[in-house]
Design a protein around this ligand. Structure first.
Ligand code: RM4
Ligand code: MN
Length: 388
């Protein structure tokens, strides 16, 4: 059996990044349900993210999304985060919410629009310089709706050119993370629809480019852990956008829809010894809490990732290898299922106590009074929302 102290050490070192947009109002294309106490500024989003870290101890950074988190002074924003015990993490670009992008951003047939999009991506690297962020995360809504609408290969050329321009602007410690998604908002072609397309661009760009696997961005039934294993093998798994889905890109809490899949994914990460922060895999959440309270939902999500990670770490690899070598199909499967079926909640509660935290982060947050305080304090102003 794996050494429990080693498992706890790995869990203690694990880092999960929170998305600033999870704290703002979100919804579907039908309705955004406003919640009381929602942050009105990037600083208030940082305050809320800091709460999640305070109660879990493993979420010390918050990703920003530009222009949703636009401020005049990004160094000051980073300093603000630091004062609150967290750091600014990944910078997410947004080239999907401007009228100019109707036919795409970096793949747009109009060179003026492409330039505008590239300038935004370059601005995001300037922001990384100011905040000390290591990663630029790119997701493109680019694609077409109708056969014949545009030239598929020409759009790839435009994409490669834009990515190259931005890649060459990166500093030595900075990375470009390229995310894929099979469809939506485009319904016929998407310019970066899958991990193969993303990986081809990353390989052409160089070692500072890597693929992001958003767990909600695949067709139903796709074996995501296989993709993870392939990318790890190539040294090109830049990170995860964790969330869960029942149908498409649902952005529900990670581990809510399919905790077994989350375990299988993290099992590949652990098997490749890529959980360590030095392995360069960013464990990010990319979620929206449309109907549930946002801060406890983020706490719950962090805990779900921790539980799946703990189970992955508890896998008896010696027994697993032995069964695999012996061709013992049922035995090997049983080893994996034993790990998955372990109740790791007591282990995590112990770990939290050792870290000086409350063993039950959600209950501790509920008792803290923070939820009531933000409702009372955050009167007036415009609540942060993805549509404003
Ligand atoms: C996209 C993608 C990106 C995220 C936006 C909000 O679908 O997942 O990672 O930044 O949504
Ligand atoms: Mn994502």
């Amino acid at each position: 059996m794996p050494d429990l102290t080693a498992v706890k050490t790995a869990l203690r070192a694990h880092r999960i990044e929170l998305p600033s947009w999870a704290f703002g109002n979100t919804g579907t294309r039908f309705k955004v349900f406003a919640q009381p106490g929602v942050p009105r500024t990037p600083q208030e989003k940082i305050d809320d993210a800091a709460q999640v870290h305070a109660f879990t101890g493993v979420a010390p950074s918050v990703a920003v999304h530009i222009p949703w988190d636009r401020v005049d002074d990004y160094a000051a924003l980073a300093a603000y985060a630091k004062e609150h015990g967290v750091a600014i993490g990944t910078v997410n670009a947004n080239v999907f919410q401007d009228d100019d992008y109707r036919l795409g951003s970096v793949c747009n047939p109009d060179p003026r629009v492409r330039r505008k999009a590239v300038n935004h991506l370059l601005e995001c690297v300037d922001i990384m310089d100011a905040t000390g962020s290591a990663d630029l995360k790119l997701w493109f809504a680019d694609g077409t709706n109708y056969p014949g609408q545009d030239d598929i290969a020409a759009r790839q050329d435009r994409l490669a050119e834009a990515l190259g321009t931005v890649y060459r602007r990166l500093g030595p410690g900075q990375r470009m993370l390229l995310e894929y998604k099979l469809f939506e908002p485009s319904f016929y072609t998407t310019d970066v629809p899958d991990w193969g397309t993303s990986l081809l661009h990353c390989l052409a760009l160089g070692p500072q480019a890597a693929v992001v696997v958003d767990t909600g961005h695949h067709a139903p039934g796709v074996n995501i852990e296989f993709i993870v294993a392939m990318l790890l093998r190539q040294g090109r798994l830049g990170g995860f956008d964790f969330n869960s889905r029942f149908y498409a890109d649902d952005d529900l809490m990670v581990g809510a829809a399919d905790p077994f899949q989350l375990f299988r994914i993290l099992r590949e990460v652990v098997a490749a010894d890529a959980l360590r922060p030095e392995a360069g895999v960013a464990f990010m959440l990319d979620q929206c809490h449309n109907i549930e309270p946002k801060i406890p939902a983020q706490i719950r999500s962090v805990m779900n990732v921790q539980e799946a990670t703990a189970k992955a770490l508890l896998t008896d690899t010696v027994a697993l290898r032995a069964a695999q070598r012996a061709g013992d199909v049922l035995g090997a499967n049983a080893v994996l299922m034993d790990a998955y079926n372990t109740d790791v909640r007591p282990l995590l509660a112990d770990l939290r106590a050792e870290m000086g935290l409350d063993p039950d982060p959600v209950a501790a947050y509920q008792r803290s009074g923070y939820a009531q305080k933000i409702v009372a304090d955050r009167m007036g102003g415009t609540p942060a929302s993805w549509d404003s």
